[in-house]
Write a protein that binds this ligand. Structure first.
Ligand code: SF4
Length: 371
């Protein structure tokens, strides 16, 4: 039988991805097909998903609000589901231009984080590389008897007895990061890896966003809409593909109406709904390939967030922070040690980034000076 194939499916590899869970595999395939729908159909689908969630929960819902995607979601929900849907945000974590927009939005509950950004870094470590990899590095940096099996899987990809004796799994941390962070395991594996002079952790979200928001929605008996897009990849993509747009689990109930949207879809919707665009994103413009993109930040988060920084082109987020708020940049880079972390993982930051035309002008001036 010919299976419906979305991108990524190859004969024989579905079992590797989804194990024996055929239902999850089928949900993932259906999800891939929805991602290929035209924009108009995806918007219709999002309306249907959002309304279904609202009705099932008798309107006891709230929309988690952070950057542009979720601001767009709140506008979307208020236009197409109910104008009374409240928003919820830990606004102080966001860029100042986003906070300014948040303050203009009526009926937006603003929470305080349980730990400050400084406390999170000091108590837990730096949020760097990716959440998934930071979790693995955190385990390697904090070895215990209890996490020995998982550490072995992180080092080798072999899951051992607890993971069904699977070999070569994606549990293995990529070699590049093992070289930099797995030094505490050298004796056991006969390796010569480095021990980083700082700690890495994915715990920031829990203390700054997740726990305060979870506590609020629990106390108020609400369930959340979230502006997550599977096209962003990583753990989000896996979770959204596994559980679909609306998820009514035992412990988690949530709705992600934009789950199948591409970045262009959500930016087009933001333009259509006349969503105010925070300055950190610049403008929304059409690219030569027809997609939409923002002229400045593509994604935002806390000003000191380092997840994904190693794959960002310059000017990267810390270059932009330097431009927008040099004092804050100085604080994170020098006082809070971010500069050393970036040096360690090979990300340039200290040389002031100049746009290409400015550099060409400088080169021209230098050539003239030298005759
Ligand atoms: S934006 Fe980054 S640093 Fe901030 S809570 Fe989320 S993952 Fe952590």
């Amino acid at each position: 039988m010919q299976r419906a194939t979305g991108s990524g499916w190859r004969p024989g590899n579905w079992k590797k991805c989804w194990g024996d869970n055929v239902n999850e595999w089928a949900t993932a395939q259906e999800f891939r097909l929805k991602q290929k729908l035209p924009y108009e159909s995806k918007v219709l689908l999002a309306k249907q998903v959002a309304r279904e969630f609202y009705q099932k929960l008798n309107g006891n819902v709230i929309c988690s609000v952070g950057g542009l995607d979720s601001i767009t979601l709140l506008y979307f929900l208020r236009k197409y589901v109910s104008k009374d849907i409240p928003g919820l945000s830990v606004s102080s974590l966001e860029d100042l231009s986003i906070q300014r927009i948040h303050r203009q939005i009526p009926n937006l509950v603003i929470l305080k984080p349980y730990k400050t950004k400084v406390q999170v870094i000091r108590d837990h470590g730096y949020p760097v590389i990716s959440k998934e990899k930071a979790g693995k590095i955190q385990m390697l940096q904090n070895p215990t008897k209890k996490n020995a099996t998982v550490r072995h899987a992180i080092m080798t990809g072999d899951t051992g007895a607890y993971g069904g004796w699977r070999k070569g799994t994606r549990m293995k941390l990529p070699q590049k990061w093992l070289e930099l962070f797995a030094g505490l395991e050298n004796e056991k594996y006969g390796t010569n890896y480095k021990i980083a002079p700082f700690r890495v952790s994915p715990d920031c979200c829990y203390y700054m966003k997740k726990k305060p928001c979870d506590d609020f929605i629990k106390q108020n008996k609400l369930k959340t809409y979230m502006g997550l897009l599977a096209s962003e990849g990583g753990q989000r993509e896996k979770a959204l593909m596994r559980h679909g747009c609306n998820y009514f689990g035992k412990t988690v109930v949530r709705s992600c109406p934009f789950a199948v949207f591409s970045r262009t879809d959500v930016l087009r919707l933001a333009l259509e709904l006349e969503v105010p665009i925070p300055a950190i994103y610049g403008e929304i413009v059409r690219q030569p390939d027809g997609t939409l993109e923002t002229t400045r930040a593509k994604r935002t988060g806390c000003s000191m967030c380092g997840f994904g920084i190693h794959i960002e082109q310059r000017p990267h987020r810390f270059d932009r922070l330097r431009q927008d708020n040099p004092k804050e940049w100085h604080f994170w880079m020098y006082k809070m040690g971010w500069g050393k972390v970036l040096d360690y993982i090979g990300v340039k930051w200290e040389d002031e980034y100049k746009p290409i035309n400015e550099r060409e002008q400088l080169d021209g001036e230098l050539a003239e000076m030298l005759g």
